[in-house]
Design a protein. Structure first.
Length: 383
């Protein structure tokens, strides 16, 4: 009939201690304290919810910060790689510059030698050159001298042309390396910009985390204050309960809380279908069926709950409480004394419920009301 029952945390707000109130004064004071406690518990629940939300936001921010840290580390690795590449390119450029310088030196040397030869011929004039040729003992010797001189001139020219070609080739290679270095520099600059942007976002998220931590600390202080106030109210409720002088439950079967029911839809214990613990018995029955007190006692709680809907708790003395949930209407109010069989509410499907039914629960404790004291109602009803 109903889905997972999870209002145990909220029910702490109504840990209404065992007490019957023999006088109207006790009943009124009990009601006042219950309202005060309910308000405090609602505020505490809100604070706990806010803390949970802040913790979730902080956790999300922390996860994002870890992602950003990893991103920064990745970018830095790439920057280091490209810095190394730039260094290698610079070494290559330096090597090419050295080759160009060396070849320029050779070119200058070759050019200087050629100039000396040209200067020699110019200073000594064409007559000496002509004498050199005419002084040949044979025409063949003259041709050899001419050929030798021509080869010297051709050698000078070829050497200078070769050196010049090498200089041009190396200069072309240098231009290529310089271009590659410029491209790597551009990549590195983009990475540095990306790193700066990610670092700025990382700083922003770190500040958010610090802000969440501060807010959590503030709300935790508020939570502790509310818990102290709740403890004080609970202490007063205990004092009121201690003033109860009526009779108590002495054993035996409780009366059925319904004159009839269609079937028991859920028993006490673990449920396979949703893997949850069901701390009561669900009686399927039609809307508006009267819900009756299973034993005489005092109503210690009558209020609305998100999970339980309209919810009533009756204390019967000697640590025994009965619970009635999901009612459409509540007749019994806190502080009311009821007799066994009195109509306290009507069946409904309020709160976390999928159809009209009565959730009936039994709590047996040695002290005040506690959800940890919930026991199987079946033996108490003789079922």
């Amino acid at each position: 009939m109903k889905r997972k029952f999870t209002f145990a945390g909220k029910l702490i707000a109504v840990l209404l201690i065992c007490s019957c109130f023999a006088t109207p004064i006790l009943a009124d004071e009990m009601s006042d304290k219950q309202q005060e406690k309910s308000q405090l518990q609602n505020e505490l629940t809100d604070v706990q919810s806010i803390i949970g939300e802040l913790e979730a936001l902080k956790s999300d921010a922390a996860a994002y910060v870890r992602e950003l840290d990893a991103k920064v580390a990745e970018i830095q690795t790439n920057i280091d790689y490209y810095n190394a590449e730039i260094g290698e390119k610079q070494e290559e450029i330096d090597g090419l510059n050295a080759q160009i310088t060396n070849l320029n030196s050779k070119l200058e040397e070759q050019y200087a030698a050629m100039k000396l030869r040209i200067k020699f011929m110019y200073v000594n004039g064409n007559d000496q050159v002509l004498d050199t040729f005419l002084g040949s003992e044979s025409f063949g010797e003259m041709l050899n001298k001419y050929s030798y001189l021509q080869k010297i001139m051709e050698y000078d020219r070829s050497q200078m042309d070769a050196i010049d070609a090498n200089i041009k080739a190396i200069s072309t290679a240098k231009e290529k390396v310089v271009g590659e270095q410029a491209e790597i520099e551009a990549i590195r600059e983009n990475l540095l910009s990306e790193e700066a942007a990610v670092q700025a976002l990382l700083d922003e998220k770190s500040n958010e985390m610090a802000n969440y931590s501060n807010q959590i600390g503030s709300y935790e202080e508020r939570q502790q204050r509310l818990e102290r106030e709740l403890a004080a109210v609970q202490s007063r409720i205990n004092a009121i309960a201690n003033g109860y002088t009526g009779g108590g439950y002495t054993g035996g079967a409780l009366a059925m809380p319904l004159d009839y029911y269609v079937y028991i839809s859920t028993y006490f214990g673990w449920r396979d279908w949703d893997q949850s613990f069901h701390a009561g018995m669900d009686f399927a029955v039609g809307y508006g069926t009267p819900i009756k007190a299973a034993a005489s006692g005092v109503v210690v709680h009558s209020a609305w709950h998100d999970d339980a809907g309209n919810f009533i708790i009756i204390y019967h003395g000697n640590g025994l409480y009965t619970e009635y949930m999901h009612a459409s209407v509540r007749y019994a109010q806190e502080g009311d004394y009821v007799n066994v069989g009195d109509t306290i509410a009507l069946v409904g499907s309020t709160g976390y419920s999928t159809g009209p039914h009565l959730h009936f629960g039994v709590v047996q404790t040695s002290g005040g009301y506690s959800t940890s004291g919930r026991v199987d109602p079946a033996p108490y009803l003789g079922l």
